[in-house]
Design a protein around this ligand. Structure first.
Ligand SMILES: [Fe+2]
Length: 170
């Protein structure tokens, strides 16, 4: 059982299954299930150094943010579709006060639009995603990282020879 001050996830495996059942992008090597797992794993390294970030909300982001991609290239509405799926499963596979749903939804909707996260939870979400840019040979640009923890050198340089990038989201 995953519980935080905001979120209740009585059965994480059931939640993951519910997302996989509906996901349009789960099989992609770049943005599919293995990427969601890596985002969740990266967030575990950032959370202890980011006071105020909610681990369960970050888990929801890792699971939903790329779940509804239609392709690995230009798909500007995949974030909003991921947020819509989260809203659909809200109250079913996980529970969260209605008013609190706006935070994970915002993190999903805006994750490709860049910028610095306005809230510690959103900052960890977006940085965990960006730290996974190494999978496509890109070293995250520190200007687009929101947390001190993510800006540490060993976390940014996962892929020797990777090129820096001028995009914010992945
Ligand atoms: Fe992503």
């Amino acid at each position: 059982m995953v519980v935080s001050s905001r979120v209740s996830i009585p059965d994480a495996a059931r939640l993951v299954d519910a997302v996989l059942e509906r996901s349009t992008g789960k099989n992609s090597f770049i943005h599919g299930e293995s990427h969601w797992q890596r985002v969740a794993a990266a967030s575990l390294t950032l959370l202890p150094e980011t006071p105020g970030a909610d681990p369960a909300l970050v888990f929801l982001f890792a699971l939903f943010h790329d779940s509804m991609r239609l392709n690995d290239n230009y798909d500007p509405l995949h974030g909003p579709r991921g947020a819509a799926l989260a809203r659909e499963l809200h109250g079913e596979a996980f529970d969260l006060e209605d008013a609190e749903m706006s935070l994970p939804a915002f993190a999903c909707e805006e994750h490709t639009n860049g910028g610095i996260g306005p809230d510690p939870t959103v900052r960890v979400c977006w940085d965990a995603d960006r730290l996974n840019l190494w999978r496509v040979g890109i070293i995250p640009d520190p200007r687009f990282l929101s947390t001190e923890a993510a800006r540490s050198e060993e976390r940014m340089v996962e892929s020797p020879g990777g090129k820096s990038h001028d995009k914010c989201g992945s």
